[in-house]
Write a protein that binds this ligand. Sequence first.
Ligand code: UDP
Length: 239
Amino acid sequence: MEKIDLLYEGKGKKLYSTKDKNLVIAEFKDSLTAFNGQKKGNEEGKGSLNCEISSLLFELLKENGIESHFIKKLDSKNMLCKKVKIIPLEVVVRNIATGSLSKRLGIDDGLKLPFALVEFYYKNDALNDPMINDEHCKIMNILNDDKEIALLKETARKINEILLKFFDDINIKLVDFKIEFGVDENGKIILADEISPDSCRFWDKQSNKKMDKDVFRENLGNVVDVYKEILLRATKKVD
Ligand code: UDP
């Protein structure tokens, strides 16, 4: 499958049309951004690591009954996906308090939450991606009804259960992660975007060493090295 036109360029990926109107190619970029684009960087090899890790996790989720836009990995940085209309929500699932949750509510960094917390953020850079609730989603027509809201939350929790177990087996704590959903050509809501160390927080089980984009956010070292370690542990588990 060949790329035709550039449809969209985001912070982490470029999306291209293909000769099939229902399929797109997502190319993972080496660039990194944090703090709503205020901090920028570029690390050679980061894009292909995220493409590999995302592909592996979408495959894992598929085997466990979670449908996504992922069709197949084409090469080291490109994946073939179903074309979807992205729902402008960042769905965040948290198992351990850190980041904005700790800052906003004063919950101790590193505290294990009694149950997985699901939050919605409205994807809008100009507004700084504000957190919103179920009623905002309906008033703003982001989701149509309670059924769709429940579906997103249930799917997010199922994904969390699958990923928690997978990462626990490779000695990684899945602290939190962000996922996005889209609507396919049949009107069905499916998982989309990516699941990578750019969009998840991973801490080493023994040392609590950060193995995700916080390494870039907080200047803790080289992101490529830690993303490689995630891929290495994950592929050993898959093989
Ligand atoms: N996240 C993301 N994109 C965003 C905001 C957050 O992928 O635009 C991920 C982030 O990597 C973390 C989780 O969502 O895994 C929760 O992030 P948080 O709300 O704590 O925000 P932060 O502290 O990163 O600003």
